[in-house]
Design a protein around this ligand. Structure first.
Ligand code: PLP
Length: 411
């Protein structure tokens, strides 16, 4: 029997197991741009599930910028940044992204990546490599995004960094472990806005701890960039943070509506990443037309339109906080566009998502390993393109569905 044949059987068995545990995920292809109404399987669904928080993914100015960028710069970059793929528009974008954080990070410089996943892997492994084998400790929040977790695992495997998990809602264990840590490089890593719960990390307290124990603080602001702060600069603006210990990660495919990500930090860290960051060095540069489009998006984010969009978004969040209530389901209202409803079992979450689909809504069930076992949920996300009426209609539908699911009507 050939090896390949065994592997095939294993794949079939593994997938069958996922089916049994109600953990199999299904792809759905949309036939429309990302927006608050989307076309799926010839049906129009009201979408409350994307991360397009400002409603920019289908914005006419950005569509035009992409077309114009392609005309000016072509389609592909053709090589990695250090070979010949680095365009002047990448440079302009990096300068603008650094300007967004300059009042929060002294000597801020930034580095653009094709995805947040890569930026996180690069930042974590790169920082740990500063110290050498066995010389770094990483403190990682238990509910961190998978890309941070993978960065931490890679740093641990490659550089023998020790890894300690902590609870971002109770920092006592973090302080306790740091107090006994004599390694030369200590790195605290966490989401700025937790992606499946929507709560905001207690950054001022974390920074105080980082200063006390001489640690770096890496904040992945994938869900705060564009959303938090008056100008949309993100979590550092929101908390008026100022420190050269901050390694800031922002992503550009969520509120910015386009694609890509960046690391922003004090200049010597960025120079080190250019020299030694393997994901940066060994990956083809993002098409310059994308960088050109992101530049336009940053203009919208900082400008009057961005301010208006954030005001409307925060108004929707207030309505959700005030008007949404359940009798049995657990609502954990946040101050961000991410609003989870924790349903517990995978079966409950799938049943609720199916009833929502029948009512014309697209809100998928989020299950392990994306969230801890027993905390399957609906993850509702709000966008500046939703109207107040859209939101009120959703609230009414969710309350009806709760009654159906908790009364055990077959889904
Ligand atoms: C989406 C996300 C990422 C990954 O960013 P991409 O640009 O989509 O690869 C990283 N961190 C967090 C917290 C995210 O939610």
């Amino acid at each position: 029997m050939s090896v390949a044949f065994n592997a095939l059987q294993m794949a079939e068995q593994q997938i069958a197991d996922l089916d049994t545990q109600l953990l199999r995920r299904k792809l759905r292809a949309t036939a429309s741009p990302c927006d608050t109404t989307m076309s799926v399987n010839n049906r129009e669904l009201k979408a409350f599930c994307s991360n397009d928080y400002l409603g920019l993914a289908n914005h006419p100015d950005l569509i035009e910028a992409l077309a114009q960028g392609a005309t000016q710069f072509g389609v592909g970059s053709g090589a990695s940044h250090l070979i010949s793929g680095h365009n002047i528009v990448h440079d302009s974008l990096e300068q603008k992204l650094a300007a967004f954080q300059i009042s929060h990070i002294p000597q801020a410089r930034s580095l653009f990546f094709s995805t947040g996943y890569l930026a996180n892997i690069n930042a974590i492994t790169g920082l740990v490599r500063l110290a050498g084998h066995g010389e770094a400790s990483i403190y990682s929040a238990a509910l961190n995004h998978a890309s941070l977790i993978d960065g931490v695992r890679l740093a641990s495997a490659q550089m023998k960094a020790t890894v300690t998990l902590f609870n971002h809602r109770d920092l006592s264990s973090l302080t306790g472990s740091l107090a006994q840590d004599a390694r030369p490089l200590k790195l605290i890593v966490l989401d700025g806005v937790f992606s499946m719960d929507g709560d905001i990390a207690p950054l001022p307290a974390l920074l105080a701890i980082a200063e006390q124990y001489d640690a770096l603080l890496l904040v992945d602001d994938a869900h705060g960039f564009g959303v938090l702060g008056k100008q949309g600069h993100g979590i550092l603006e929101q908390f008026k943070i100022h420190s050269e210990r901050i390694i800031y990660i922002g992503t550009l495919g969520k509120a910015a509506g386009v694609s890509g990500a960046f690391i922003c930090a004090t200049a010597p860290f960025i120079e080190w990443f250019i020299q030694k960051g393997r994901p940066y060095i060994y990956s083809t540069a993002t098409p310059p037309a994308i960088a050109h489009t992101v530049l336009k998006s940053l203009e919208l984010i900082e400008g009057d339109e961005g301010i208006r969009r954030r005001e409307h978004l925060h108004h929707l969040i207030e309505i959700w906080r005030n008007e949404m209530s359940f009798t049995q389901w657990q609502k954990e209202s946040s101050y961000t566009p991410i609003q989870p409803i924790i349903l517990g079992s995978n079966a409950n979450a799938l049943a609720a998502a199916k009833l929502l689909d029948e009512a014309g809504y697209w809100i998928p069930a989020i299950r392990p390993p994306t969230v801890p076992v027993g905390s399957a949920r609906l993850r509702i996300t709000l966008s500046a393109n939703h109207s107040v009426d859209d939101l009120r209609a959703l609230i009414t539908t969710l309350q009806m569905i709760e009654q159906k699911v908790t009364q055990g009507v077959p889904a």
